[in-house]
Design a protein around this ligand. Structure first.
Ligand SMILES: [Cu+2]
Length: 209
């Protein structure tokens, strides 16, 4: 009896103040919208660098993934899995860098220490295009093929929810979120975005990649 009592006490003591949030994004035609970046902003929860290195791979003359989200301060590797060499660069304000023509894995990862959107390209292959969203907030994610993203273990507090998509014509409206303790919230958001084909390798002209 006493043991059971302590167990219950313990269960209350370790219960974190947490909330869960699931978001589903659809486009103008109600299709799931992948590659949407969701950022939950609250100045009390600034980004801390991701513990693990992120990766943007070059394979089949494309970048994988097309859109990545990292927390500010995170280091990213750019391994080249193709036989041909790539020359990865960005001239974006949030990060200007170049990885000169290389095969395999460049020696050092690139650290993204400023928040913002980094557009990636390759100097050799003009069709190669990808985006890195460097988040100033600790809580950010990108929607999967089903247009979905899920946050678990969020602090139960107020957030501003902002969205970004590489194909947006204008910034998506932000909204305020109030998360209460132990709540499970589901949001369906429709964005005024027309989906486009992903960047893909040209059919001919580059030989064996
Ligand atoms: Cu290339």
């Amino acid at each position: 009896m006493l043991n059971a009592f302590f167990f219950i006490l313990l269960a209350f003591a370790v219960q974190p103040l947490a909330a869960e949030l699931s978001i589903k994004i659809t486009d103008t035609e109600q299709n799931p919208l992948p590659y949407t970046v969701i950022e939950l902003v609250n100045s009390q929860y600034p980004a801390t660098a991701d513990a693990e290195l992120a990766q943007v791979v070059q394979q089949g003359l494309t970048f994988q993934p097309f859109v990545s989200v990292i927390r500010q301060g995170t280091a990213v590797e750019f391994p080249n899995l193709d036989k041909t060499r790539h020359h990865v660069y960005s001239f974006s304000k949030a990060k200007t860098f170049e990885l000169h023509l290389y095969a395999g894995k460049p020696k050092a990862p690139v650290v993204f220490d400023q928040a913002g959107i980094v557009t990636l390209g390759c100097n050799i292959h003009d069709t190669m295009l990808a985006y890195l969203y460097v988040s100033a907030s600790r809580y950010s994610a990108v929607t999967d093929a089903n247009g979905e993203a899920k946050f678990t273990d969020l602090p139960a507090t107020d957030f501003q929810l902002s969205l970004w998509h590489p194909w947006q014509q204008q910034p998506a409206p932000t909204q305020q979120l109030k998360l209460t303790n132990d709540s499970i919230k589901t949001l369906d958001i429709k964005l005024d975005i027309k989906q486009q084909p992903l960047p893909k390798a040209p059919k001919r002209g580059f030989g064996d990649n």
